[in-house]
Design a protein around this ligand. Structure first.
Ligand code: FDA
Length: 309
């Protein structure tokens, strides 16, 4: 219930304005976001790499309905990838990309425009000697994002994608995408979705995650286990063993600011672990999803809408 309230707040301009203005917002944002600028992402990446962690850098922004903005985001990703290479971080850092930030939601030819922009970003990643993973957004975009993944992999076979265990379709998508060279980041799912397409009960989502993970671990692709859930982390370790996978033939992934001690613990055990590291000024929808994962944080929103900033 609280999760639904918080995810609804993501779409409210009034609440957004109040939260962005609220004096205490910055502290909360700083927990989950590296900073406003690409340099902040590079500094944070270096700190994580120094602790034995890998990173996937995300430039915040989504659901653009402005073609010029989609082009600007593409240019920013190309510049980010050059910065990663110049900083000597390509071995440790890839990028995560939302197709809606590249124009997927534009009224005319949005999917084609986003695909063309994504090709440009993938070419820049190849030149920088690193990879791209496509984030997965709400279920109305799943087919288009998977179609883009297939098209991109023809020329850029290293492109990966996120699948969300809360969607009823995902076990089937895992079967389709468990083959050679496929990189799948499996997460639970962070959007507000109807019961017709998504499991609503947390236990059902967890069971789906386990079924999906089994398919990926026993396939020939590269599973990326994106969860902070201690039970699922333990199950992933057991499944990897059972499937005959060595360390490095799969990886764990967690969000910047969430369970950092666990991130370092896994790294210190020799596990491959990557931190999803967002930066940029468009943090509001991302922050809303992070707060919705901890309903205790509803107090944050209540303070934001009742405090004059
Ligand atoms: P769960 O929510 O059950 O949390 C397990 C435990 O982790 C909690 O009890 C708490 O201790 C801790 N925790 C989790 N979230 C927290 C938070 N925000 N603040 C503090 N503690 C927290 N989703 C999506 O729809 N599309 C996508 O592309 C991605 N991409 C993505 C990449 C990576 C690398 C990760 C780790 C996650 C995503 N997600 C995502 C988000 C994902 O769907 C999910 O919402 C969160 O990971 C939370 O789910 P958990 O699996 O961690 O379990």
């Amino acid at each position: 219930m609280l999760r639904r309230v918080l995810l609804s707040a993501a779409g409210s301009d009034r609440i957004k304005a109040a939260v962005v203005r609220a004096p205490f917002s910055r502290g909360v944002v700083n927990r989950f976001v590296a900073g406003d600028h690409v340099d902040d992402a590079i500094v944070a990446s270096r700190q994580l790499v120094a602790h034995g962690l890998l990173v996937s850098i995300d430039r915040l922004g989504e659901a653009t309905t402005d073609a010029a903005q989609a082009q600007a985001t593409t240019d920013a990703y190309v510049a980010l990838l050059k910065t990663i290479a110049d900083a000597g971080l390509a071995e440790f850092a890839e990028v995560s990309l939302k197709l809606s930030s590249l124009g997927q939601a534009l009224d005319v030819d949005g999917e084609q425009i986003a695909l063309d922009h994504a090709r440009t970003v993938c070419a820049a990643a190849t030149a920088a000697n690193t990879t791209v993973t496509l984030d997965m957004e709400d279920h109305t975009t799943t087919d288009a994002t998977l179609a883009a993944l297939h098209a991109l992999r023809v020329d850029f076979p290293g492109v990966g994608a996120v699948l969300q265990a809360y969607l009823r379709r995902t076990e089937g998508d895992c079967r389709d995408l468990a083959g050679d060279g496929s990189r799948i980041r499996l997460c639970k799912g962070a959007y507000r979705e109807p019961a017709s397409v998504a499991y609503q009960d947390r236990a059902d989502v967890d069971l789906s995650y386990v079924r999906c993970l089994r398919v990926l671990m026993h396939g020939s692709g590269y599973p990326m286990v994106a969860t902070h859930d201690p039970r699922l982390v333990a199950i992933a370790a057991a499944m990897a063993l059972q499937a005959g996978r060595e360390r490095g033939e799969y990886e764990y992934q967690m969000l910047f600011g969430v369970r950092p001690d666990e991130q370092r613990r896994l790294a210190s055990k020799g596990e491959k672990i990557r931190v999803y590291l967002p930066y940029g000024t468009q943090w509001y929808p991302y922050l809303t999803r992070r707060l919705a994962e901890r309903p205790a944080n509803v107090a944050f929103f209540l303070r934001a809408v009742t405090t004059k900033g």
